[in-house]
Design a binder for this molecule. Structure first.
Ligand code: PAF
Length: 287
């Protein structure tokens, strides 16, 4: 596996593969890799001849007071895991390479509508940072396909929309959430949890499942969501949001029945997110 830091080295390395007609798959990451990331690599492996991963803790998607400094940097272990997973090339640029003017003075990509509310509501500017770095990586790697986890449901929707709006010839593959044995969705931030918080954390998914069952059985939406928020509080979470949306994240478009229940909740200073896709009975629609 090649490990490259410079843009020109990345472009040179990919040039010959592209000329040979090989399909290039991209897995963007911020490192501190877990099995969820390796599932992205496996998906890219299935669909591409050459798998490129990137590791870059992107400062423009962190808000003031968020965990940019604390975010774990584990480059050596990450490279070992990527090599083992069959990744061909890893791109590990530094901040000055990608943002030579600094993140604040950088051209930004902003995806309207789908970036609003949910995580975008709690983390203003977050999805502009994500859309900017992902567009930059798409431009540098020029992949045929790119893989993103479904745990970050809104992020995946933002990226699909940006690819559509900018007419980028890139297939976006959403990869199902990988969970620990007790149901907790894998996340680089799970490492922040204390032992007690780690024990509580699976309640987030359990609550989504219970609410999902009720909604699929026709329960009234706002009362069910209210009940869900209360259950999360009782379990020790501080809910950030718990919302039911149409699968495309528009708020009032679930008539076809495909919907998604999305939650973000704090356990101490760690913010966890999760989601569950549902099929609502015909008479139900999100509030
Ligand atoms: O999902 C992530 O890890 C990041 O948001 C991404 C897509 C790598 C952009 O920095």
């Amino acid at each position: 596996m090649q490990c490259l830091q410079r843009i020109h080295a990345l472009r040179d390395a990919l040039h010959s593969h592209r000329r040979a007609g090989q399909r290039i798959g991209l897995v963007p990451t911020m490192g501190n890799l877990h099995d969820g990331h390796l599932a992205l690599v496996a998906a890219a492996r299935q669909h591409a001849d050459i798998v490129v991963a990137s590791i870059f803790v992107n400062p423009t998607q962190f808000g003031p007071g968020e965990d940019l400094e604390a975010y774990p940097r584990t480059l050596e272990a990450d490279c070992a895991r990527l090599r083992e997973a069959g990744c061909d090339l890893v791109f590990v640029p530094d901040e000055r390479t990608l943002y030579p003017r600094g993140g604040q003075r950088q051209t930004r990509v902003s995806v309207p509508e789908v970036s609003q509310g949910l995580c975008g509501g709690s983390r203003p500017g977050h999805f502009d940072g994500v859309a900017t770095i992902v567009t930059m990586l798409f431009n540098l790697v020029q992949p045929d396909l790119a893989c993103f986890g479904e745990k970050d449901y809104q992020q995946l929707a933002v990226i699909r929309r940006l690819v559509e709006d900018l007419h980028l010839p890139i297939e976006i593959i959403g990869v199902p959430i990988v969970r620990d044995a007790d149901g907790l969705a894998m996340s680089s931030r799970n490492g922040y949890l204390t032992t007690d918080q780690r024990r509580t954390a699976p309640h987030l998914q359990q609550t989504l499942r219970e609410l999902g069952d009720a909604l699929e059985a026709g329960a009234e939406v706002s009362a069910t969501l209210q009940e869900g928020r209360q259950r999360l509080c009782e379990a020790g979470f501080e809910p950030d949001y718990l919302e039911l949306r149409a699968a495309d994240l528009s708020e009032s478009n679930a008539s076809a029945g495909d919907a998604v229940l999305l939650a973000a909740a704090w356990l101490g200073s760690t913010r966890l997110i999760d989601n569950l896709t549902l099929r609502l009975p015909a008479a139900t629609s999100p509030p």
